[in-house]
Design a protein around this ligand. Structure first.
Ligand code: ADP
Ligand code: ASP
Ligand code: MG
Length: 406
């Protein structure tokens, strides 16, 4: 007998028929004598629709109220699953974030989980209840409802698994595991049997939305093995675990693509000490994360500085940059989207040279221009024009020998 956490994503609970299928799977696990805690997302498309409604209601929706609204998507699915389970003769109780005591900070719309009071979940388990918890939501110290950022149900699941000391944490989704690249973008993508937390962290941070990055941070911190698998079949998926000796030793184990960034360039910035701090401190104060940065030195003591931010922060970042540009005497601010970041990831890169050269040559062969480059110990990213994103992913996948045989 084990304590099992299962999370079902939006497509898996997309309509009543699918929620019934989820109920059948939950019951199969429960009937084997296991204790089960289920975390659910909203039905596919519902959170997007709520965001759309909010933007119709107000040009800049109040974030506290947005959280109240967005959390209703998950409120619907947990109640429906609990009803279905009860109609099948099982004891099931749904819990919203605050009822499961998922405490977060007060950062509306992208709150971080601070603690989980597991008592209520444990009490229900002791009474042999199937516990169904709303993902993506919590409450702050003032009792406000908060949400955890898009894709946040993954984080709810892993954090709850850690808090209740579950034996396993299964993430059920619409693909049957983690692939070398998005299988919906590249038909030669290969399923990985296992992937290390560190590689998965990089992949999630680079746009692989199959797991929200914070869920991987929790999994690594609390050593929770995460099994990503399909809710539509019984196949084994991918284990996200600590790196170990038996892991496939690929130089590059994945290719990712992120179209969610936009670019800002400050032209003719005075080339002197302290200028970068002047530009990036106000952005940091506004809690805007800057991703890639490049500085081109011109002659005559001036430089052009380009950086990227998430599209969601773009408007605010551009406003702040224009203000700073005036203060420091930069000549112009150019902004633009239509860019994509393609990256190759692999722990094997640590001990290999030539990865960057292979990447740049593969892109050059297709005449794809690289605008910005950034690297870490286990990743190389290139910013390119968005229209080449899919082609770049396929070309890199092939160049690093990742293509499946079939
Ligand atoms: P859920 O609604 O179950 O949370 P998501 O849509 O958030 O599902 O994540 C699953 C999606 O992640 C897949 O449909 C797939 O298109 C995408 N994805 C991107 N990169 C990968 C990858 N390397 N492996 C698997 N899926 C990926
Ligand atoms: N429903 C939320 C979203 O669409 C959370 C999730 O699905 O994980 O982002
Ligand atoms: Mg998701």
């Amino acid at each position: 007998m084990a304590l099992i956490v299962q999370k079902y994503g939006g497509t898996s609970v997309g309509d009543i028929q699918r929620i019934r299928k989820v109920a059948e799977r939950v019951v199969r696990t429960y009937d084997k004598g296991n204790d089960v805690v289920i975390i659910l997302s909203a039905m596919a498309g519902v959170t997007d629709e709520l965001v759309r409604l909010a933007n119709e209601a107000s040009p800049s929706p109040d974030k506290r109220e947005l959280d109240v609204l967005l959390s209703t998507g998950e409120q619907t699915t947990v109640a429906l699953l609990a009803m279905i389970l009860r109609s099948m003769g099982y004891n099931a109780t749904s819990l919203l974030g605050f009822q499961a005591d998922i405490r977060t900070d007060a950062q509306a719309c992208s709150a971080r989980i601070l603690s989980i009071g597991a008592d209520r979940i444990h009490d229900l388990i002791k009474k042999h209840q199937i516990v169904v918890v709303a993902g993506f939501q919590g409450h702050d110290e003032n009792g406000n409802i908060t949400t955890l950022g898009r894709g946040g149900s993954d984080t709810s699941a892993v954090a709850i698994a850690a808090a209740i000391n579950a034996d396993s944490c299964e993430i059920y989704t619409d693909v049957d595991g983690i692939y070398t690249t998005d299988p919906n973008l590249c038909d030669k993508a290969r399923k990985l049997a296992r992937i290390s937390y560190d590689e998965m962290l990089e992949m999630s941070s680079l746009g692989t939305k199959v797991l929200q990055i914070r869920s991987v941070e929790f999994a690594k911190k609390y050593n929770v093995p995460v099994h990503v698998r399909s809710s539509f079949n019984e196949e084994e998926g991918t284990m996200v675990v600590n790196e170990d000796a038996e892991m496939e030793r690929l130089v590059v184990s994945g290719v990712t693509c992120n179209k969610d960034e936009a670019r800002i360039t400050l032209k003719k910035v005075p080339d002197q000490p302290g200028i970068s701090a002047n530009i990036f401190s106000p952005l940091a104060d506004a809690k805007i994360q800057v991703d890639m940065i490049i500085q081109n030195t011109r002659t005559g003591g001036e430089t052009d500085l380009t950086f990227t931010v998430a599209k969601g922060d773009f408007k605010r970042a551009a406003e702040i940059s224009r203000k700073v540009a005036k203060e420091i005497g930069a000549v112009d601010v150019l902004t633009g989207d239509g860019i994509a970041k393609v990256s190759v990831v692999g722990v094997g890169m640590k001990n290999h040279s030539g990865v960057a050269a292979t990447m740049f040559s593969a892109l050059a062969k297709e005449n794809i221009n690289i605008r910005l480059i950034s690297t870490s110990e286990i990743r190389i990213s290139c910013m390119i024009e968005e229209k080449y994103a899919e082609l770049a992913v396929r070309v890199l996948h092939s160049a690093f020998g990742l293509d499946s045989e079939s």
